[in-house]
Design a binder for this molecule. Structure first.
Ligand SMILES: NC(=O)c1ccc[n+]([C@@H]2O[C@H](COP(=O)([O-])OP(=O)(O)OC[C@H]3O[C@@H](n4cnc5c(N)ncnc54)[C@H](O)[C@@H]3O)[C@@H](O)[C@H]2O)c1
Length: 249
């Protein structure tokens, strides 16, 4: 399949995990990928892997929670490739805190990266997406759909991403831009490996967080992202697709 021939995708969080898998998948399907991450060395490694495999990729270091850096990032992508057809927002962080012990700075950091950063990218890319008649794929989570004990900031950020994505979908539908979310769950990435829970965590309150079919790799989400961002998703907008192996089924 070459669904992204002559198309450009900007993918945040592409130093690792789902963002990296999405960049690899879109590049395999013929797209040029502009890979964005806070982790400069790791995003350069992503780009090196893609170019060694014959793909067209560019690395760009950017903190998505920094408004002016995001604006510069969008401009750099357009300067390099002349367009943006797909915006894939995968940059994110996860933390668990006892709600009464949650520091405002920790709350703010999660909201700044997961929600406000996603908004900065969408806002700056939308004029280019209107030109290309392209689309957005944002990372929500099963945490946007089901209560997550000790996940106050993360759940709020992902619920915000879901609601924001639907708003964009409706506001821009007539102008030819689509916006969708993926809601992953139980995907084996560094984020999943790095989870630390507070001592007060009551496991009886935890909804099932393991998928029925067992954890899966980031490539299982990348295929869904590529479908949504491609012409195959042309009649899908304002949608959220769970990729969680039945966790919330
Ligand atoms: N892995 C899962 O099971 C799962 C479940 C639900 C939702 N998600 C969401 O999917 C997305 C990707 O998750 P993942 O599992 O691949 O995580 P990951 O930790 O493997 O990758 C996240 C990437 O985001 C980058 N990043 C973090 N803060 C950044 C910032 N301020 N600016 C730019 N880049 C930044 C990191 O450097 C990293 O490369 C996240 O938004 C996450 O919340 C993942």
């Amino acid at each position: 399949m070459q669904r992204f021939s002559n198309k450009v995708a900007l993918i945040t969080g592409s130093a690792g995990g789902i963002g990296k898998a999405a960049a690899q998948r879109i590049a395999q399907e013929g797209g040029a990928v502009f890979c964005v991450d806070l982790n400069e060395a790791a995003v350069q490694a992503t780009v090196a892997e893609i170019t060694q495999a014959g793909g067209d990729a560019t690395a760009y270091a950017c903190d998505v929670s920094d408004e002016s850096s995001v604006q510069a990032c969008i401009e750099a992508c357009v300067a390099k490739y002349g367009a943006i057809y797909a915006l894939v927002n995968m940059a994110g962080i996860l933390r668990f805190d006892d709600t009464c012990a949650l520091h405002s700075t920790d709350w703010q950091r999660v909201i700044d990266i997961n929600l406000t950063g996603t908004m900065y990218l969408c806002r700056a890319a939308l004029p280019h997406l209107i030109e290309s008649q392209g689309s957005i794929v944002n990372a929500a989570s099963t945490a946007a759909l089901s209560g997550l004990p000790c996940g106050l900031a993360y759940s709020a950020s992902k619920g915000g991403v879901l609601a924001m994505t639907r708003s964009i979908a409706v506001e821009y539908a007539k102008r030819g831009v689509r916006a969708n979310c993926i809601c992953p769950g139980d995907i084996k990435t560094d984020m999943a490996k790095g989870i630390a829970f507070p001592d007060s965590m009551d496991w009886d309150l935890m909804p099932r967080i393991q998928s029925i079919s067992g954890p899966k790799g980031a490539e299982t989400v990348a295929g869904v992202i590529a479908m949504l961002a491609s012409e195959d998703g042309v009649h899908i907008t304002g949608e959220d697709i769970r990729v969680d192996g039945g966790t919330l089924s």
